[in-house]
Every structure is written in structure tokens, then in C-alpha cells.
Design a protein around this ligand. Sequence first.
Ligand SMILES: Nc1ncnc2c1ncn2[C@@H]1O[C@H](COP(=O)(O)OP(=O)(O)OP(=O)(O)O)[C@@H](O)[C@H]1O
Ligand SMILES: [Mg+2]
Length: 459
Amino acid sequence: MKLARIPKKTVDIISTIFNGFDGALIVDEKGQIITITENYAEVCGLNREDVEGKHVLEVFPKSRMMEVLATGKPIFAELWEAGKETVFVTRVPITSNGRIIGAAAVSVFRYMDEARSFAKRMKSLDQELEYYKSQVRKLSGARYSFDALVGTSLPIVNAKSHAQQMAKNKAPVLITGETGTGKELFAHAIHQASPRRDRPFIRVNCASIPDNLSESELFGYEEGAFTGARKGGRPGKFELAHGGTIFLDEINELPNHVQAKLLRVLQEGEIDRVGGTEVSYVDTRVISATSANLEEMVAKKQFRPDLLYRINALLLRIPPLRERLEDIPLLSEHFINTCNYELGTAVSGIDPRVLQAFANYEWPGNVRELRNVIQRACLNAGSDIIRINHIPNESARFINQKHEPASMNLQEHLDEVEREFIANVLKSVRWNRNKAAQILGIHRTSLWAKMKKYDLLNE
Ligand SMILES: Nc1ncnc2c1ncn2[C@@H]1O[C@H](COP(=O)(O)OP(=O)(O)OP(=O)(O)O)[C@@H](O)[C@H]1O
Ligand SMILES: [Mg+2]
């Protein structure tokens, strides 16, 4: 092999150094390959001995080594196809006494591998992050739409249509109403119907966060903000709800110092994490709910008037159940269906006398109370229809208190008692009609007739 102007000793030294790299190639001033690293030759599917001594363009027709030799200018970090690999290659001229006597090309496959696996890991982390984000969205997202809000009474239809209007813009909404009226359901539905429906819906129950944590819970904190603060800090609920909706449930429970900070977020759209120095902009819609009277709280200096003014740009009042008693049959049917589905009961309906009793009750716990009563009645009824005797004792006491003298005549009451007695006897003899008739002291055909009358045949 002719080494042209580069002395053998120099080539040896350079080769030794270059062998430390994965891919290196040296040509002389004419472009003849003086040396190539084993690794480079292998990646290109070549034999090292066959290559050395050949002209670089003969081996690599697209090589730019001749350009380096001609111009004396290096070409840095250019993408180069070396066999199956794509690598970055840097080409530099080799000079001696101001004369170009050759050129060297260097690339590092090892780093490329690492770069590639790094890129792959980044990609899979990205995918993982996207997956977790979607899970968070699913878990914390809004689950109910307006369709889930049962009721055809004028007050509920009005509330729904107001809420639907509110869904269209970004102004803060304050939902008021007694406990169990469906405030949370409405908050979900507004988010679901809003242009933000594909973004997060984050619920914060202001009553359940300890006072000293509510600021960091809402606005996040930076590393070292307080003892026990997590490394790297943590985003707050406002940041998590960016682009979506934050639902501040039981907002009346928000401590005073947090009220001040919330006011700023609502005014400026800016948050600063606890212990942080930078502010960041968040685009989060605020829906708050309360069953407390915030005006009274303002009068008692328990709630900031300026905050109340901000959060109730749009005010949605959910009427109590006693103002929409005509919804009870539909709601009852709805809860029977969900019970059958969730608890595996097979309740087929509800005795009109039960509905009548319901209509005479005040329902201080509103829809939630109705749901609970129906749920327990379903478990008692099994596969029957819900009758007065299926209503749990403690509820029956309240529900009956107003209606009893008026809503049942003597015969109805006697029927009720007779039905329950017969059902209990039948149960005690595992529905053996002969034995039951014996115990009851009536004929079998008469028992059958009564079972038919009281809808006990399918038990
Ligand atoms: N219109 C409705 N249709 C169907 N279910 C309803 C309706 N309103 C309320 N509910 C049900 O009643 C229960 C109570 O509703 P929700 O939790 O939204 O009440 P709330 O006003 O937030 O009560 P609280 O003030 O006690 O938090 C829930 O199980 C909810 O699904
Ligand atoms: Mg609620």
C-alpha cells in the first residue's frame, strides 16, 4: 500500500486513535483509502483489506472526501448512509506545512445507537404519558351529560336549558342548591356540553382538603416549598385542569387565604406555585358549587365579596325535589333500573300508593334521599314491585307521617296487612302452598286467589 505523503508512522498513530472510534476512514491527497476501521468496513458490508488502497469513490461513490481535499474545508456532522446505518459523519482535511495531504472521516455508531435507543425510549415515554393522561381524563373526567339528568318538570327543564346556555362560554358558573339536588351532576353536564369536553374535568372537594394543604393542592408547589414537599415539585389542580374545567365543590369551605389567591387566578388567569417565583398562565374554566348561602357568609365576613362576585358570573340554582314532585315517578323508575343493573335485583315497578306517599313527603335530602330509599326498597322487594312494606323502616316513618290518614282507606290498609302476612307465611314454608294454606286456615284455591290478587304468584 502506497502511503503517498503521509508517513507510515503518522498513519499508525492516527489509526490507533481512530480505532477508538467506530467508523473512521483516511484517504491520501488523491483520495485513495489509506485506512478504514474494522467496524466501518463491517457496517458497510466490506472487507477491510479489499478496501485499503482503493479510491474512495470506487468504494463509496457518493463520498464527499474529494470535496474536502479540494477545498480544505471540513464538513461537520452530516447524515451519511453507512451500509444499513444512518450516522453523522464529520470530514476534516489533514494538512502538513499548509498543504493538504489527505482527509479523515469520523463517525460514532455507538452514540448513534444510544441516540436511537434514547429516541425510542423518549417515544415510548411519550406514549406512556399520553396513555396515563387519557386514563386520568377517564377517571377524573366528566362522566355525566345532560341526558343523565332525569326530570320533565318545568323547574328542572328550565335549569337544564340555563345550564346548556352556560356550557357555551367560559365565564365562571356558581351552582347553588340544597344537598342532594344534583349540583355535581350539573357541573359534569356543563363541562360535557362545553367546547372543553375533550380536556380534563378536575373535581376538588374544598371541604375535604386540610386547610394548610389547600393552597398547594390547588396551585401546586415547587421543590423544597415545605418539609415533605415532593422532589421536583407538583402541579396543582388548576394546572392539571388547563384547557378544561375545574369543579370547586363546596366552595364555601375554602380557607380565607386561599380565597385571596383564587381571586387572583380568576382575575389574571395566572398562578404561582407555593414556594415558586415564576407565574404561569392557566386557561381553566371554574365551576363552583355550594349548598351554603354565600351571601349570608359574606355578610358574616366568612366569604370574600369580591370572590363571590367573580365566581358567580353565571348563577345556576338547582330546585329542591319538593319543588318538582312530579319528577318523582320518573326518578324512581330511573333508580329502580340502575338498582336492577347494579345490584342484580329484578324489581318490575312501584306501587302507585308508594308514589303517592312519596309525593306527600318533604325530601330534605332531595334526589339523593330518594335514590337511597329506592335502593333499599329494591333490595327488600327482590323481584316484586316496590310496596309500602319494602320501604325501610326509618324512611317509612317520615314518608308516612303526612300521608297515612289521608292516602289509604281502611280496606287498602287491611289489604296491605293481609298481603304482608300471607307473604311471610309463604316464605316461612318455602312457598309450599299446601302448608301455607294449612297455617293460614284457608283453602288452597282461596290462597291461590289471594296470591294472584297480591301479585305473589311469581315469587
Ligand atoms: N336529575 C337527576 N337525575 C338522576 N339522578 C340525579 C338527579 N339529580 C341528582 N341525582 C342523583 O342524586 C345523587 C346526588 O346528586 P349530587 O351528588 O349531584 O348532589 P349535590 O347537589 O352535589 O349534593 P351535595 O350538596 O350533598 O354534594 C347522585 O347520586 C345523583 O346521581
Ligand atoms: Mg355535591
